[in-house]
Design a protein. Structure first.
Length: 536
């Protein structure tokens, strides 16, 4: 592929994953190989072995600069609303521009007057930052009476150099990781001192060619900005349309209304679910439809939930009488203001405490080595990932089980994480296991399908998160869980719902795989084109 073909397909390549950013880097790579503007000069080998065009030189930024000067530090205590602007690292973006977001102002008395202003054509280099951001560089577009931090370095180049050319080259070095490798590193930060900066080599063509390269790069970068804005607008519109369509589906009250909105989604499926991130919203909608009774048709021959609930109550009473479970405190009846949505007439609203025996775990004393390294599985909340679980990262001993009164959860029990990074995540046990105190487990009574509870808890995740918000760390307690009001379908319908959800989730997995593969193919195509262009 030649550069002309590349530019003809510019917009198409931008649609590949992270395509616009890759195009920005490719533009710069072409620029500094002399391929961005017409150049008929032959290449030669410089003294250091670099491939250079005839007429180009390899010079250090130290040779090309009149001034290379770091800014000055100023303590946070000297900041004031009507002070002198003091530019910081966040005022330099990663695409060569100075921005004025979150301007810091400091006491005028603390300003180093030698470093109190910047001028049009000056270059500002970010010398200290996190490792991947060291080397951000921008050009000053006009004169400003602004000072700059000691984490920034001011560069004034000689007359034979176009400042924007240097900025573009430094930003190429940033994006290919050159500065990240060059910098000194310490805990939490990295930096490039003035001596190191002065030694950076620049491939330098004659001034007029520098200007042509900058003009072409400016034009292409502006096109990248336009493409990026268009893509963002398109993605936002897609997500909004996806959300609105699913919301109409979820809030439909009549069968005909539901059928209408479902058909619209089917007719526009490629548009609504054309990116991997939209598949997640589709999964959530499937779970919501499932627990609202809209995913499978009701069968009048099913035993209604009211009769099923009486059987569940009888089963619970039998277990209490037999000493298998503890008698729980009676819960208040479901109130109208607790009902989240409409359900079919054959369903029943219940509290989760009515359908199973719930219990949390504990953490054996970490200081007692005799409690750990045994054969009893002990799960933590971070190990719950919305799937079946058959093994644990850690195991405890019989001694820990006895001394800490840990609950041994049965195969088939449903687990939910009550706090931590995986709050609201669930799992179904394929083996017996204990848990820590951040996990609540439920042994379902006969008449309540454990896999229906599994998908019900997933559908209720946001509800639980909302309940747990407000503290320093979001958490959902066992009491909140067992008091949660939830829909109870007939048992046979529970099984039909689970089967349908399994079927649809498998289709979602397939769709997501195809979309990701399409993105991967696009990325590979882009990489191949880049390799061909740069290597040519």
């Amino acid at each position: 592929m030649n550069p002309e073909t590349f530019f003809d397909n510019f917009g198409l390549l931008a649609d590949t994953p992270n395509g616009v950013q890759k195009l920005r880097v490719l533009i710069l790579q072409l620029a500094f190989k002399g391929k961005l503007v017409n150049n008929r000069q032959k290449r030669n080998m410089a003294d250091h072995g670099e491939d250079l065009l005839t007429g180009w030189q390899q010079r250090t930024i130290g040779d090309l600069s009149k001034v290379i000067m770091p800014g000055f530090a100023c303590n946070k205590s000297f900041q004031m609303s009507d002070g002198h602007v003091h530019l910081r690292t966040h005022n330099i973006d990663t695409n060569g521009k100075l921005n004025f977001d979150l301007l810091v102002k400091i006491d005028h008395k603390k300003v180093d007057m030698k470093k109190a202003q910047i001028h049009k054509g000056d270059i500002i280099f970010n010398n200290t930052n996190s490792q991947e951001l060291v080397g951000k560089t921008c050009i000053v577009d006009q004169n400003y009476f602004y000072g700059f931090s000691n984490h920034l370095t001011l560069i004034k180049v000689i007359d034979e150099v176009e400042p924007a050319y240097i900025v573009y080259y430094f930003n190429l070095l940033l994006h290919i990781g050159y500065f990240a490798e060059l910098c000194n590193r310490w805990i939490g930060q990295a930096g490039i001192n003035t001596k190191m900066l002065k030694s950076v080599l620049i491939p330098l063509p004659p001034l007029e060619e520098q200007k042509r390269i900058v003009a072409k790069a400016d034009k292409l970068m502006a096109l990248c900005d336009e493409l990026e804005a268009r893509q963002q607008k398109k993605q936002e519109a897609r997500l909004h349309l996806n959300s609105a369509s699913l919301d109409k589906l979820l809030t439909a009250h009549e069968p005909d209304e539901f059928a209408h909105h479902w058909q619209r989604i089917c007719d526009n499926f490629d548009l609504l679910c054309g990116a991997p991130e939209t598949v997640g919203e589709l999964r959530k909608a499937i779970l919501q439809l499932a627990v609202q009774g809209k995913l499978v048709p009701q069968d009048p021959n099913d035993e209604p939930a009211a009769a099923l609930l009486e059987k569940i109550k009888a089963e619970k009473a039998r277990l209490v009488k037999g000493g298998k479970i503890r008698k729980s405190k009676p819960l208040p009846p479901v109130k109208m203001d607790e009902i989240l949505f409409e359900i079919p007439d054959s369903w029943k609203w219940i509290r989760l405490n009515q359908i199973g025996d719930w219990g949390a775990g504990a953490t054996p004393n970490r200081k007692k080595s005799e409690y750990y390294g045994g054969s009893i599985r002990w799960l933590k909340s971070g190990e719950l990932r919305d799937e079946y679980v058959s093994e644990s990262d850690e195991k405890i001993t019989e001694s820990a089980l006895k001394d800490c009164s840990l609950r041994v959860n049965k195969c088939g029990d449903v687990l939910i994480a009550m706090y931590g990074a995986t709050i609201g995540k669930v799992a179904i046990l394929e083996v017996e296991a204990t848990t820590n105190q951040a996990v609540c487990a439920c042994t379902c009574f006969a008449g309540f399908y454990n896999r229906y509870l599994f998908l019900l808890l997933r559908a209720y995740r946001q509800h639980f998160l909302n309940q747990g918000a407000g503290g320093a760390q979001p958490n959902i307690s066992r009491i909140k869980i067992i008091n949660t009001v939830a829909p109870l379908p007939p048992l046979t319908e529970q099984r039909r719902i689970v089967a349908k959800v399994d079927q649809l989730m498998a289709l979602c997995d397939e769709l997501e795989t195809k979309l990701k593969q399409s993105q991967t193919d696009g990325a590979n195509l882009m990489e191949a084109m880049v390799g061909e262009l740069i290597g040519a």
